[in-house]
Design a protein around this ligand. Structure first.
Ligand code: PEP
Ligand code: MN
Length: 326
């Protein structure tokens, strides 16, 4: 937004008034060095044109349209997922294995998740793997195991779809459709999933700005998605001591400035089991509506991401610490 000042305005005084409203400003001067305009810049909170016009010294306000009106319109609304929701009073706990490896493994993980208080089961049937030689999921069979496990415990199910060709199959079993980090800007996939009219969990791309992320959600909503929940899972950092750089500032921004429903995935964020609980607690402090964590009945045998999978005891302990009721 751009605030133009009256010719005789005391620019410093107007700027102080704007800052008093919590706004951050940048001065724009003419060739002679006179401040004629003030730009409202990030991280300013949202403010109406009327409120700006009421500030002494303001001549006019130029408001650029938000590029993501559908995202803005879902602000403040919890995301409904099957028989539960993310957002509102209760912290959401989503838990389950990284990959659905066998019916037995999925049932055991679901039991651990449910008895810890998770209302949403996670698990991958289609796995995006950096190496083509890594385990990439059991596909349709795994979808069946996941749905059966979720039903046994009256849980909702979130699972990832990687390809437009599998959207219908995944939408048939999932209550929340996950778009993974690597696909955040796969616009054809976003639109195909949106057309299913289901809610979407949009994981942040590892090199995506918050604006890229909001605009990706806009694609899905424009295509028909009922709602989008944002999932921060870390961005690519320079430090190899953790898998990713978990950006909790972005979580606070999405929650407190954009009013969005947002969860955090500390498992992929850190890549190490010992840091999952502390970062899950930090996520809530930053404003997250929930956390999604990986859990495995026997992490040492996991076919993917064993190093970051919590054990049953660790998940129960975390659930208690964050006040999730069973
Ligand atoms: C996942 O949650 O299973 C996953 C693969 O995460 P990400 O897309 O964040 O890497
Ligand atoms: Mn994983």
């Amino acid at each position: 937004m751009l605030v133009n000042l009256h010719a005789d305005a005391d620019a410093a005084h107007t700027e102080r008034s704007l800052r008093g409203l919590g706004l951050w400003t940048q001065r724009l001067a003419d060739d002679e060095g006179h401040i004629r305009s003030l730009r409202i810049v990030a991280p300013s909170p949202p403010i109406s044109v009327d409120a700006l016009n009421a500030v002494p010294g303001v001549l006019s306000v130029l408001s650029t349209q938000s590029g993501h009106p559908l995202v803005d319109a879902q602000a403040g609304r919890p995301v409904v997922v099957g028989n539960t929701q993310i957002g509102g009073e209760q912290p959401a706990l989503i838990a389950g294995p990284c990959s659905a490896e066998s019916a037995e493994q999925v049932f055991a993980a679901a039991e651990i998740a449910a008895t810890s208080g998770a209302k949403i089961l996670r698990g991958g049937a289609y796995k995006p793997r950096t190496s083509p030689y890594s385990f990439s999921g059991h596909g349709p069979d795994a979808l069946g195991w996941l749905r059966e496990a979720a039903d046994r415990h009256h849980m909702a199910l979130v699972t990832e779809v990687m390809s437009e060709y599998d959207v219908e199959r995944v939408a048939d079993v999932a209550d929340l459709i996950q778009i993974g980090s690597r696909n955040m800007q796969n616009f054809a996939l976003l639109r195909a999933v949106g057309a299913s009219r289901q809610p979407i969990m949009l994981k942040r791309g590892r090199a995506a700005t918050v604006e890229d992320w909001l605009l990706a959600a806009e694609h899905a909503l424009d295509a028909g998605a009922s709602q989008v929940v944002f999932c921060e899972r870390g961005i690519r950092g320079f430090d190899p001591s953790m898998r990713n750089l978990l950006d909790l500032g972005a979580v606070a921004l999405l929650k407190h400035v954009h009013g969005q429903t947002v969860i955090v995935d500390p498992s992929h964020g850190c890549g190490r089991r010992d840091l999952v609980s502390p970062m899950a607690k930090a996520a809530y402090a930053a404003g997250a509506d929930g956390v999604m964590v990986e859990v495995h009945p026997h992490p040492e045998t996991a076919l993917s991401d064993g190093a970051q999978a919590l054990t049953a005891d660790e998940l129960r302990h975390l659930a208690k610490q964050i006040g999730v009721s069973v």
